[in-house]
Design a binder for this molecule. Structure first.
Ligand SMILES: [Zn+2]
Ligand SMILES: [Zn+2]
Length: 60
């Protein structure tokens, strides 16, 4: 219980296991990358349409 602190992105709610990952991720928000693409099947969030398309292949 609680060995891993959850680091959550304040912009899009994505969760990371380490602060480093979150910091890395946060950079794309700093560069104005605010668009989000949500998978309607499982609710996963992606920052690009191509990532979402790639992910969608797992569902079918
Ligand atoms: Zn984010
Ligand atoms: Zn999905």
């Amino acid at each position: 219980m609680g060995f891993f602190k959850k680091f959550e992105c304040g912009y899009c709610g994505m969760k990371f296991k380490s602060e480093n990952d979150l910091t890395e991720h946060g950079r794309m928000h700093l560069y104005g990358h605010h668009e989000h693409f949500t998978c309607v099947t499982c609710g996963a969030l992606f920052h690009s349409k191509s990532e979402l398309a790639q992910h969608g292949k797992n569902h079918k």
